[in-house]
Design a protein around this ligand. Structure first.
Ligand code: CTP
Length: 400
């Protein structure tokens, strides 16, 4: 997604300027062409040589120091940019851009570009919270700038407060999200479920399963990168919260059903990658169950089948975790749950599935087409599923 994209990285004079090196390095490693534009004060915090070495491209520092071509340089960069990112962005550049002032290379490029612009503020917390800065940010948002909100943390002054530049992963995630806007899922609403539900036994125990959530998270991120508005309804997992996705945390099958019923009503596609418990304890003990007896019997009752019960005019994609007769069993599920597509995986295959970063799946659609994929990363599986989804959406397929 970042490969061969031209990313203009504007760096301004903040103590967080050193983070620009990490951002530039990650973008360059992902195959992007990174064009760095530094303000004069940024060069006091990090040398142009550092960024030049990382990006293997000349770094533009000041239009008046450039060669005779200086006057067209900002125009060339502005036109070449697929996205322009200002990270870190000081209160000063934010104010300049909000006021439409163009008096250095970076502000000229901002004004001259038609590319989407991302701003990652970094400053002292009083400066960030000052109504003037906040009003400037509101102005930028109204002009379709994407703001990567800063977080709490230790600031240059040694104080702890709001104003610390967002994590590099967050900034990169936002770049991907913005680049994905024009992709084949632009304008579509996709609901993805992920993780294994937890059915409580008592206040400290639950029945769970080994789902890591990685497959569902990969689908949600891939859909976001292809331009969809994504809601991720997730059972507890230990994965970082994805950027640019509406995350709805749930615990139980019943909680997931409630969230899916609500969110999917407006969706174009529902992808149920979650491992939903089929049974839950009939009653939940109010206090911790003591080990007073030599054996204990838990009575379990069926949970709702979210996918089979949901109504609505959206595409449905289900998963089938199977240990035998994979295709036949998955086909039955496709019919029983009235799905457009089912993703079957062989849980006995040690190279893929639960907890792993890879998966080996077979895609089966309603026309009976069976496509067995090799062992690939979950992100690649996610894109294969979404390729099918795009094809079905283009055909106007729906199950009512
Ligand atoms: N699913 C669901 N609600 C449930 C159980 C499963 O919505 N209570 C969804 C899963 O998210 C998945 C699909 O149904 O997309 C199939 O899940 P799977 O566990 O393979 O099948 P089950 O219907 O539970 O059937 P079985 O366990 O008997 O194979």
């Amino acid at each position: 997604m970042l490969a061969n994209k031209t990313i203009v990285l504007g760096v301004t004079g903040s103590i967080a300027a050193y983070k620009a090196a990490d951002i530039a390095s990650k973008l360059a490693q992902a195959g992007a062409k990174v064009e760095v534009v530094m303000t004069e004060s940024a060069t006091k915090f990090i040398t142009p040589l550092t960024l030049r070495s990382i990006t293997s491209r000349p770094v533009v520092t000041d239009m008046f120091e450039s060669t005779t071509e200086f006057s067209i340089e900002h125009v060339a960069l502005a036109e070449a940019a697929d996205v322009l990112v200002i990270a870190p962005a000081t209160a000063n550049i934010i104010a300049k851009v909000a006021a439409g002032i163009a008096d250095d290379m970076l502000s000229c490029t901002v004004l001259a570009t038609k590319a989407p612009i991302i701003v990652a503020p970094a400053m002292e917390s009083n400066m960030f919270q000052n109504p003037i800065t906040q009003e400037n940010l509101v102005k930028l948002k109204a002009r379709d700038f994407t703001i990567v909100e800063p977080g709490y943390g230790r600031l240059a002054s040694g104080k702890v407060g709001l104003g610390r530049i967002a994590e590099v992963e967050r900034i990169i995630g936002t770049i991907k999200q913005v680049l994905g806007r024009s992709k084949d899922l632009a304008g579509k609403r996709i609901v993805v479920t992920a993780g294994g539900t937890q059915e409580p036994i008592d206040p400290v125990r639950h029945l769970g399963n080994r789902s890591s959530g990685k497959m569902g998270y990969a689908i949600a991120e891939a859909a976001r990168d292809r331009g969809a508005a994504v809601s991720l309804i997730t059972a507890p997992v230990s994965l970082p919260e994805p950027v640019g996705i509406d995350v709805v945390p749930v615990k139980t099958a019943a909680g997931m059903k409630e969230a899916v019923d609500k969110v999917a009503a407006q969706a174009d596609v529902l992808i149920m990658a979650a491992a939903v418990a089929d049974y839950q304890p009939k009653t939940v003990a109010e206090s911790k169950i003591k080990k007073e007896t030599t054996s204990l019997t838990l009575e379990l009752v069926r949970t709702p089948d979210i996918l089979a019960e949901i109504k609505g005019n959206f595409l449905r994609v289900g998963f089938a975790a199977e240990s035998e007769d994979i295709v036949a069993n998955a086909r039955q599920k496709l019919e029983r749950k009235q799905l457009n597509l089912i993703v079957a995986n062989d849980i006995t295959d040690p190279t893929g599935g639960f907890g792993s970063d890879t998966n080996k799946v077979t895609l089966i659609d309603r026309d009976g087409k069976v496509e067995s994929l090799p062992l690939i990363t979950k992100r690649e599986v996610a894109d294969k599923i979404l390729d099918k989804v795009v094809g079905l959406l283009n055909k106007g397929a729906r199950v009512l």
